[in-house]
Design a binder for this molecule. Structure first.
Ligand SMILES: CC(=O)N[C@@H](C)C(=O)N[C@@H](C)C(=O)O
Length: 687
């Protein structure tokens, strides 16, 4: 392929991005979201030809995210939410700083109507179709409403009101009962609403947290997870090997009894990581679910008659996401077996257990995400990316070995200059093997180099575009930096997904010891020791949790890292965890008898923060922070900026009014990265 070497930052960041593909239950039709330069639109493709058609026509980089995308069972209606939710102060994001801030709204499209176009229905964050009807149900906190799309007024009607927030909605396929997860801060119940009945029927309420109600096709059973005890404090959940222990329960709607079928062993359970692993009923008596007890997330089949759980996938690899065809014949799954820098597609015959690798049908080096089976089961939709391939939707017909790409080459032009990505591993200070992706400019060097750190900390960078837009921007920017002559290493430090449970939960870390910093230091030394790297021109950049580690590196090792860009970073753990949005009790009010322990904890958290090392901070830094950041408070960069300025350390700042964490609009990605490029060039190339 011809290489385009002179490309602008705009071109590098102008990639098209497909996500959230969903399938209709009874018709071979797929729908997905496509985003180009912040302009988000919906596309559908239907059998037999699967020619993609755009069904919305938004034209502006307006920051209005699309989520909750659903297609009705017969494939006629689409439903989705446009816009982000409120912050802890009750404000919607307004990234364009409009005089009237936008609201988070429910939209729907009737694909069969002659002038089919999106219709705005109501303010909400959660909605669903009622099967076999023209009704849409939606929630506002603890209130449930419905709208009949066949009515001319489209007026919402209140259905019920309950304490707390409704966080999940799930109708039976027959549309006669609605299961709702109702969250009441530290606990949650599942309740059933039956039209015509005047009260909610609770499903075995307990002192645990019930989530993920999933109906069997005949509406006789609801499978759900029962998580032990009160909602964990985020600071434990993240950094203290806290696994949210859960049990798998099934409620029988005939006997009205719930029963436990499986439970995680003590000390195991759900924790934050990449991927999507739902409960799926294969038939009336079997369902699939996932857990990580073996050290890696795998798929298991429960036979409810035999009360037997069978392992379907096993080995030292992560199952990222999966789906089952509607006839229960095949499990389609993406995983990283033998290739920890990407994900590949396989399928497993659920009758005889035989497995087929489908990756060979895709172009060399492809990365596969989110398989979705179409209704007839003869094809599977997939989001596919690669090192030179932004995410596009593809359709695979495994039986006749065909792959159909819905993406069009014109959308991919920005990537043709991208360099090859090399997956690498090396040993950290304490001997742990850590992983990353190396991107080198043309020539022999020595090059100025950059270490780059993703956020999370549970996220993972792969050898190409990722299925989260934030990481795809990071990847494209890194490729751009390579085109500008930097050698770049993207590090999956301990705590990252993709390398097993032990790697992701390496004992106490983060606020509780910052043990992952030794990986950052080791990566810096590894880069500095390379003959193709100019060790005097080694820099670092990172976003969010990666911003925290960037600040840590500049504060503790200005000798190694000569300049850095810290985007949306946290710099003082105890201060940040006291912010309301974390809902943490660890660093705020302390009962008298816990005072000593709490003080020790706060001291440890401070010692694990860049703030503790300000005296040794020498290297120049650029801080970038959006001021409506709901994840890491704006104040984190504001305070650091002022403290460094007082100390005469070279610091530049870029505040972005009204944007949120990971930017809703495209423009701030370009503006932020342009500023970062200039800063890095000034301090690592031209100085
Ligand atoms: C939960 C959360 O907000 N974590 C941040 C510290 C973070 O790192 N987020 C990631 C996902 C990012 O890249 O923004």
């Amino acid at each position: 392929m011809e290489r385009l070497n002179m490309q602008s930052l705009d071109e590098y960041l102008g990639f098209t991005f497909a996500q959230n593909m969903v399938s209709a239950r009874h018709k071979d039709r797929l729908v997905w979201i496509r985003t180009t330069k912040g302009i988000r639109n919906l596309f559908i493709a239907s059998a037999p030809g699967y020619d993609p058609a755009q069904v919305s026509a938004w034209r502006e980089d307006d920051g209005q995210m699309i989520s909750g995308l659903q297609i009705s069972d017969e494939g006629r209606y689409l439903l989705f939410i446009r816009g982000e939710g409120k912050n802890v102060l009750g404000e919607y994001p307004n990234p364009l700083s409009l005089n009237t801030p936008p609201k988070q709204m429910l939209w729907f499209i009737d694909l069969d109507s002659r002038d089919s176009h999106p219709v705005e229905l109501a303010e909400t964050h959660l909605a669903c179709f009622r099967p076999d009807s023209t009704e849409i149900y939606f929630c506002k906190k603890g209130q449930l409403f419905k709208i009949d799309t066949a009515s001319s007024s489209l007026e919402p009607e209140e259905v019920l009101s309950t304490r707390g927030n409704i966080t999940e909605l799930s109708w039976t396929e027959q549309g006669d009962r609605l299961a709702m997860t109702i969250s009441r801060h530290r606990h949650s119940f599942i309740g059933i609403h039956t039209p015509g009945l005047d009260r909610i029927q609770w499903l075995n309420p307990s002192f645990d947290r019930d989530i993920q109600p999933t109906w069997s096709a005949d509406g006789q059973h609801i499978a759900y997870l029962k998580c032990h005890g009160v909602k964990p404090d985020i600071t434990d959940f993240w950094f203290n090997r806290f696994f949210d222990r859960f049990e798998l329960w099934i409620f029988n709607t005939n006997s009205m009894k719930a029963r436990q079928y499986w439970q995680c062993p003590e000390g195991d359970g759900i924790s934050l990581q990449e991927g999507d692993r739902p409960i799926i009923w294969v038939n009336e008596s079997q369902l699939l679910f996932s857990h990580e007890v073996s050290g890696w997330n795998h798929v298991y089949r429960l036979d409810i008659n035999r009360r037997h759980v069978e392992t379907l996938t096993e080995g030292e690899f992560l199952i990222h996401s999966y789906d089952v065809d509607r006839h229960g014949g095949w499990l389609y799954f993406t995983h990283n077996e033998g290739k920890h820098h990407g994900y590949r597609l396989s399928r497993l015959n659920l009758s005889n257990g035989s497995e087929e690798d489908l990756q060979s049908l895709l172009p060399e080096g492809s990365i596969a995400f989110q398989p979705v089976s179409v209704a007839s089961g003869n094809a599977v939709g997939l989001i596919m990316g690669g090192d030179q391939q932004p995410l596009i939707p593809v359709l695979i017909r495994p039986d006749d070995q065909q792959v159909y790409c819905f993406g069009q080459p014109a959308y991919e032009v920005g990537c043709r200059g991208f360099n090859k990505v090399e997956g690498i591993s090396f040993h950290s200070k304490d001997g742990l093997e850590v992983h990353g992706q190396l991107m080198k400019p043309e020539g022999k060097g020595p090059f100025p180099a950059l270490l780059t750190l993703h956020g999370g900390p549970w996220c993972q960078t792969v050898a190409g575009f990722s299925n989260w837009h934030g990481l795809s921007y990071v990847y494209a920017f890194n490729q751009y930096l390579v085109s500008q002559g930097f050698l770049v290493l993207s590090l999956n430090y301990r705590g990252s997904s993709g390398y097993g449970k032990e790697f992701r939960h390496p004992g106490p870390y983060g606020w509780n010891g910052a043990t992952e910093y030794q990986d950052v230091q080791a990566a810096g030394e590894w880069l500095a020791s390379r003959l193709d790297v100019n060790a005097e021109k080694l820099g670092i950049w990172g976003k969010s949790y990666g911003g925290y580690l960037t600040a840590m590196a500049l504060a503790r090792n200005s000798d190694l890292f000569k300049a850095g860009v810290d985007i949306e970073g946290c710099h003082h753990f105890p201060r940040e965890f006291r912010q309301r949005h974390w809902d943490s009790e660890k660093f705020s009010c302390m009962a008298a008898e816990e005072m000593e322990a709490a003080q020790k904890r706060a001291q440890k958290a401070l010692e694990s923060s860049p703030w503790h090392y300000l005296d040794t901070w020498q290297s120049p830094v650029l801080l970038i922070h959006p001021d409506d950041d709901r994840n890491v408070h704006f104040e984190e960069s504001q305070r650091l900026y002022n403290e460094l300025r007082k100390r005469n350390i070279t610091v530049e700042g870029m505040a972005i009014p009204d944007e949120v964490h990971s930017f809703l609009c495209h423009a701030p990605w370009v503006a932020g990265y342009r500023r970062a490029e200039q800063f890095l060039k000034k301090h690592l190339k031209h100085s």
